[in-house]
Design a protein. Structure first.
Length: 204
C-alpha cells in the first residue's frame, strides 16, 4: 500500500503478458485484495500491477516501438465497486463449496485458453498456407480451384489444460476430452473443513 491509497501487486511474468493487455486473473485478484483491504480499514483508491518482465529483450525494445520499452511495467487495474467485488467473492466461494462436494464446474473456453480448429489451404512445394479458414467449406472451395492444393486440418486445443494446468490429470472435463475414464469419487473433506449442507456463507 502506498501513502496515496494505491495498492500495488508485484509480479514476475512474461513480456507477452503485458503486450496482450491486463490478464483477467489479475483484474479479479487485485479487486479481491482491495475488498479485503477495505474490510480491514485501509482505503484503496487505485490498483496497479508492477510487472517485472523476466524475458525482456533490450534489442527487441530498440527495434520495435510496440514492444515494452522497459523491463518493469506499471499497469493500471480498473477498480470495481465493493458490491461487485463482494458478489464475485461470494460466487467463487459457492463454486469452491460445490467442488468440495464433488460438483466440479466445467471451465469456459476463455479459462482454458482455447484455440479453435482451423483449416489451412496448402499448395504443393509451399510451406506456408495460402489461406487459413475457421470452417471447412470455404477451405475446400479454395483448394478445389487447382489440383495441387489440399486442405490441412489444424486441430484446436486448450492450451492452458494441455500445458499449464497443474491439476489437468485429475480434471473430469480434461479426462473426458482425452477419452480417459473418471478417477472416481472425490475424497471427503476432513472434519475441520466440512460445512453442514444448510450452512450459508456470510460476507459483509
Amino acid at each position: 500500500m502506498l501513502p496515496d491509497g494505491t495498492l500495488q501487486d508485484y509480479k514476475v511474468t512474461s513480456t507477452w503478458s503485458v503486450v496482450n493487455g491486463l490478464k483477467p486473473d489479475w483484474l479479479h485478484q487485485l479487486n479481491c485484495l482491495r475488498w479485503l483491504a477495505e474490510r480491514n480499514g485501509l482505503a484503496v483508491r487505485r490498483l496497479q500491477v508492477v510487472a517485472i518482465l523476466r524475458d525482456w529483450s533490450r534489442g527487441k525494445a530498440l527495434g520495435d516501438p510496440g514492444y515494452p520499452q522497459r523491463q518493469v511495467q506499471v499497469l493500471e487495474v480498473p477498480v470495481w465497486s465493493l458490491r461487485k467485488a463482494g458478489d464475485y467473492i461470494r460466487e467463487r466461494v459457492r463454486l469452491h463449496r460445490a467442488a468440495a462436494g464433488g460438483r466440479v464446474p466445467e471451465c469456459t473456453p476463455e479459462e482454458r485458453w482455447e484455440r479453435p480448429t482451423t483449416y489451412a489451404v496448402m499448395r504443393r512445394g509451399r510451406k506456408s498456407a495460402l489461406r487459413v479458414f475457421d470452417s471447412l467449406e470455404p477451405a475446400r472451395d479454395l483448394a478445389a480451384a487447382e489440383p495441387d492444393r489440399r486442405v490441412e486440418v489444424r486441430p484446436g486445443r486448450a492450451v492452458r489444460c494441455a500445458e499449464y494446468c497443474p491439476v489437468a490429470r485429475f480434471c473430469p472435463q480434461r479426462r473426458a476430452e482425452l477419452g480417459q475414464p473418471p478417477l472416481g469419487e472425490t475424497a471427503p473433506l476432513p472434519p475441520s473443513l466440512r460445512l453442514p449442507d444448510d450452512a450459508t456463507v456470510a460476507i459483509h
